[in-house]
Design a binder for this molecule. Structure first.
Ligand code: UDX
Length: 471
C-alpha cells in the first residue's frame, strides 16, 4: 500500500456515507479503507436500513443517521424507491441528518469542539454516494465540502449526464423498435444498453439520475470506481463534459477492492466460507462460479432453467442462491432431483466470499448479472465472463465485457436450459473460451499495473489524499 501520510495532517478525518445497498456499500468501505491506510481517520455514516456492523470495523468511528424510509418501502427493498423515499424524508426534516453530520464532523473524543471551527483532527470532507443529494445539501449548509463516489463505471456516469439529451433525441424511453439502434453520442452503446429499469416507473428513474447529476456537479470532486486501463477514453470524455463545472478532481481510482480488502466486513449477508475448501479440491480453471449480485431476481421458471442448465453443462459449478433470487420467494427451493444430479460436481450456497472465490485458481469462468462490482472483480482476477444483465447499468457493463474488452459474452434471449448449457460450454471449453481467457489475463495485468505505486489509480489516490489534506 503506497503513500502513508505521516505527521500532523495524518489525523485529518474523512466522513463517508454509502447508499445502504451491497453494491454501493462495498466500494465506499473499500475507499474508506484505502484512505485509512494512508493515514486519515474515517467516520462512517450509516442508516438503520441495511445497517452496517460497527464491531466489524474497529478502525472506524460510526454515526447513525435517521433515514426516514417508511417500513413498507424498506420491506419491499426496491432500490429506486428507497433512494427517493430516503432523500424525500431527509429533505422534509433535515434536522436529524444535520445533527448526525455535526456530530460526525467532530473528531472522535473531542465532542466539546465546535464543528464550525474545524479543529485539527476534525472532518475535512464528506464522501457521499451520488444518490444522497439530500445529505450533500445539509453538508453544504454546514460548510462541509462533499466529494462523490460513483460506484458504477465512467461510461455509466456519461450516460447519466446524457439522459436529458437521450430523451430529447427520442432514444429513451426505449421502444421495441429502437432497441438495437446505436447511440452515436455514447459508443459502443445501443438503446438496449442504456441505463433503464423495467421494474421502476421511468419518471422515477429520470428523477434519480437527475439528482445524481446534480450531486456530481455540486461536488468538490468525483471519484469513480474504475481504472484508466478499462475506461481511459470515457474518463477523458467525462473531463470534457464536466469541465464547465469547475470540479477540482475527477479521478479513476479503482478497482477500489484492490486498494483495501474488507469485503467480509461490509457484507450484509454472512458469507459461506465452506466453498473455499470445496474449491481447494477442484482442478485449476475447472469451476464455473455463478452469482447474480445482491438485487437481481428471476421468475420461478427461469430459476428452474438455470438449475438444469448448470446441471446439463457437465461442468463443476459454484452457484449462489441468495434469499429473494426468485421473485416473490424469501427462501428458494432447489428443484427435485437437482442435488442428486449434480452431487460431487455442483455446490450451492446462500452467499459467497466472492472476491476470494474469483481469485481461487479452481475458478475458470464467471456467470454474472454484470453488476459493476462483480464486473470489476471478475476483470481484476482475469476470469472470463458470461453476462446476463438484469437492469440498470448491467446492460452497458455487458457491452463492455463483450465488445470493448472481449473477455466474455452476453447470454441474450430466453433463459432456457439448452442455451445455458451451450453458453457454459462456450466459455469453459474450446477455442473461443480460451481466447477470452487469454484476453482476461492481459486485461488483469493492465488493471494491476494501474495499482502499482506509479500506476494511474495510485496516483489518483495520492491526488485525492493531498486534496483532502489541503481542505
Ligand atoms: C447493484 C447493481 O446491480 C450494479 O449494477 C450497480 O453498479 C450497483 O448496484 P449488485 O446487484 O449488488 O449492485 O451487483 P454488484 O455491483 O456486482 O455488487 C454485488 C457485490 O456483492 C459484489 O461486490 C460482490 O462481491 C458481492 N457478493 C455477491 C458477495 O460478496 N457474495 C455473493 O455471493 C454475491
Amino acid at each position: 500500500m503506497a503513500g502513508g501520510v505521516p505527521g500532523r495532517e495524518a489525523r485529518r478525518r474523512a466522513l463517508v456515507f454509502p447508499l445502504p445497498f451491497q453494491g454501493h456499500i462495498d466500494p465506499m468501505m473499500h475507499l474508506a479503507g484505502a484512505l485509512h491506510a494512508r493515514g486519515l481517520a474515517v467516520t462512517v455514516l450509516h442508516t438503520r436500513f441495511n445497517a452496517l456492523r460497527p464491531a466489524r470495523h474497529p478502525e472506524f468511528r460510526f454515526v447513525e443517521v435517521p433515514d426516514g424510509v417508511p417500513a413498507d418501502v424498506a420491506a419491499a427493498g426496491r432500490i429506486i424507491d428507497v433512494i427517493l423515499a430516503m432523500n424525500a424524508a431527509m429533505e422534509a426534516s433535515p434536522a436529524g441528518v444535520r445533527a448526525a453530520l455535526a456530530s460526525a464532523m467532530l473528531a472522535g473524543g473531542e465532542e466539546e469542539q465546535e464543528a464550525e471551527r474545524r479543529p485539527r483532527g476534525a472532518a475535512a470532507c464528506l464522501f457521499i454516494d451520488g444518490n444522497l443529494l439530500a445529505v450533500q445539501r445539509v453538508a453544504a449548509a454546514l460548510g462541509l465540502p462533499t466529494l462523490v463516489l460513483r460506484t458504477g463505471s465512467a461510461a455509466c456516469l456519461r450516460c447519466f449526464l446524457a439522459y436529458p439529451m437521450l430523451h430529447e433525441k427520442g432514444f429513451l424511453p426505449p421502444q421495441e423498435s429502437n432497441l438495437y439502434t446505436p447511440v452515436p453520442e455514447l459508443p459502443p452503446l445501443r438503446v438496449k444498453d442504456l441505463f433503464f429499469s423495467p421494474v421502476s416507473n421511468h419518471e422515477k428513474v429520470r428523477e434519480v439520475l437527475a439528482r445524481i447529476t446534480e450531486s456530481v456537479r455540486n461536488s468538490s470532486g468525483v471519484v469513480i470506481n474504475t481504472s484508466e486501463a478499462l475506461e481511459a477514453a470515457e474518463m477523458e470524455q467525462l473531463r470534457g463534459e464536466l469541465a464547465g463545472d469547475g470540479l477540482p478532481l475527477l479521478l479513476a481510482a479503482g478497482p477500489l477492492h484492490k486498494l483495501s480488502s474488507r469485503s467480509a466486513g461490509s457484507s450484509l449477508l454472512d458469507q459461506d466460507r465452506s466453498c473455499i475448501a470445496w474449491l481447494d479440491t477442484r482442478p485449476p480453471g475447472s469451476v464455473l462460479y455463478a452469482s447474480f449480485g445482491s438485487l437481481a431476481a428471476m421468475d420461478p421458471g427461469e430459476f428452474l432453467e438455470v438449475a438444469w442448465g448448470l446441471a446439463d453443462s457437465g461442468h463443476p459449478f459454484l452457484w449462489v442462491v441468495r434469499p429473494k433470487l426468485v421473485r416473490g420467494c424469501d427462501s428458494v427451493q432447489l428443484p427435485d432431483g437437482f442435488e442428486d444430479a449434480v452431487k460431487g460436481r455442483g455446490m450451492v450456497i446462500r452467499w459467497a466470499p466472492q472476491q476470494e472465490v474469483l481469485a481461487h485458481r479452481a475458478v475458470g469462468g464467471f456467470w454474472t448479472h454484470g453488476g459493476w462490482n462483480s464486473t470489476l472483480e471478475g476483470v481484476g482476477e482475469g476470469v472470463p465472463m458470461i453476462c446476463r444483465p438484469d437492469a440498470v447499468d448491467q446492460m452497458m457493463n455487458a457491452r463492455y465485457v463483450q465488445d470493448v474488452w472481449g473477455v466474455g459474452f452476453e447470454l441474450e434471449g430466453e433463459l432456457e436450459r439448452g442455451r445455458i448449457r451451450d453458453a457454459v460450454r462456450r466459455l469453459m471449453e474450446g477455442e473461443e473460451g480460451a481466447e477470452m481467457r487469454e484476453r482476461a489475463k492481459v486485461l488483469r495485468r493492465k488493471v494491476a499495473d494501474c495499482l502499482e505505486s506509479s500506476g494511474s489509480s495510485q496516483i489518483a489516490m495520492d491526488k485525492l489524499v493531498s486534496y483532502i489534506l489541503s481542505l
